[in-house]
Design a protein around this ligand. Structure first.
Ligand code: NAD
Ligand code: TYD
Length: 361
């Protein structure tokens, strides 16, 4: 065993930010296993494509033969599991891929890791970690005045996505409880930042605003999400890997609850300054209210007291500083946006938003 880690899903939004930071900070070699679904993109990793400390492997976390081979070849000291189907709307349209990757895939990964871990020396077994990256959505929806989610909040997932993540969290918990596998789980709130695929609210709004398209708000836009800048999430994961108590769960959040409509208006005002519309009007004029998401969760909010008090992690970015960095990144990376919004992406937005009475492609 050496200081190599295996990261799954490291070509997606959060995984790529995590891998880039890990390699650039010289923390060791990353073996990056990714299936390259529509959400995975090697362009996210272009900065480290020739770096000897980044080994990309195209494959599925459900492929036991490949997992056994990677584990025995690379002898990692940790596995960090980001790989997942992650978009709630897609899970409503077609839940099967979510069950396959998030539940069955995580199960195969846990089985492979358990076999590898069981064969390590006593000392290496003690030092090994399996970190599972999960979401606040497993806790369900909060009322306006409810206290934020703590780690002991009841699981009450409402979408096929959150149900599949909840199932995977339970498997991770069981592998620790039953087999003693040294697991860690993080449940994080909504992330935003560079490399975010423009099917999710923030990058979708930036992309549509600049393309002169409607900015679709589901329902009333009063649903609340708790936003965290992606690099802060990656720092939290590094801290949990380093100092988290084996078997424990850590909630990660930005203390940044915002109604969707406020987030969208903030983006519009920022773009009005940085990239004004040719006709001098505000991007706010492009806001359109569309049919609501089925089973739409009203509010998520994370109580991040445990990770702050026990591990000393807190976010560096405020919502204001993080959103400015994000908008700047998108303005500077229009080619990236153009590349990821071709092909399959057009098919998805055309179908999904047509059902809500809006033409987006
Ligand atoms: P993403 O959809 O951008 O990326 C997922 C990555 O996983 C892609 O690169 C994809 O190709 C890969 N992948 C999918 N199925 C795979 C499989 N079977 N085998 C190997 N690779 C596979 O997702 P994200 O937003 O980066 O989220 C990463 C993780 O963080 C997920 O587990 C998600 O549940 C969790 N999470 C996300 C958020 C958020 O706001 N985005 C918040 C909290 C937790
Ligand atoms: P999203 O980015 O899909 O993340 P999640 O559903 O995991 O929280 O959506 C964030 C919020 O924005 C959510 O309340 C749904 C809403 N939303 C819209 O109003 N319009 C859109 O086009 C999208 C994609 C999301």
């Amino acid at each position: 065993m050496n200081n190599t880690i295996i990261v799954t899903g490291g070509a997606g939004f959060i995984g790529a930010n995590f891998v880039l930071a890990w390699v650039k900070q010289g923390l060791g070699t990353v073996v990056n296993l990714d299936k390259l679904t529509y959400a995975g993109n090697l362009e996210n990793l272009v900065e480290i494509q020739h770096n000897p400390h980044h080994v990309f492997v195209h494959g599925d976390i459900g492929d036991r033969t490949l997992l056994d081979k990677l584990l025995s070849e690379h002898r990692p000291c940790a596995v960090v599991n980001f790989a997942a189907e992650s978009h709630v709307d897609r899970s409503i349209h077609g839940p099967e891929d979510f069950i396959q990757t998030n539940v069955v895939g995580t199960f195969h990964l846990l089985e492979a890791v358990r076999a590898y871990w069981g064969g390590l020396s006593h000392e290496n077994r003690q030092n090994f970690r399996f970190l599972h990256v999960s979401t606040d959505e497993v806790y369900g929806s909060l009322g306006k005045t409810d206290a934020a989610f703590t780690e002991s909040h009841t699981y009450a997932p409402n979408s096929p996505y959150s149900a599949s993540k909840a199932a995977s969290d339970h498997l991770v918990r069981a592998y620790h409880h039953t087999y003693g596998l040294p697991t860690l789980t993080t449940n994080c709130s909504n992330n935003y930042g560079p490399h975010h695929f423009p099917e999710k609210l923030i990058p979708l709004v930036i992309h549509n605003a600049l393309a002169g398209l409607p900015l679709p708000i589901y329902g009333t836009g009063q649903q609340i999400r708790d936003w965290l800048y992606v690099e802060d999430h990656c720092a939290a994961i590094r801290r949990v890997l380093e100092a988290g108590k084996v078997g424990d769960v850590y909630n990660v959040g930005g203390w940044n609850e915002k109604p969707n409509i406020e987030v969208v208006k903030t983006l519009c005002r920022m773009l009005d300054i940085k990239k004004p519309r040719a006709d001098g009007k505000s991007y706010v004029d492009q806001i359109t209210f569309v049919e609501d998401r089925l089973g739409h969760d009203q509010r998520y909010a994370i109580d991040a007291t445990k990770i702050a008090s026990q591990l000393g992690w807190k976010p560096k970015e405020t919502f204001e500083s993080g959103i400015e960095k994000t908008v700047n990144w998108y303005l500077e990376h229009q080619e990236w946006v153009a590349n990821v919004t071709s092909g399959d992406y057009r098919h998805w937005v055309a179908k999904h938003y047509a059902e809500r009475g809006e033409e987006l492609a």
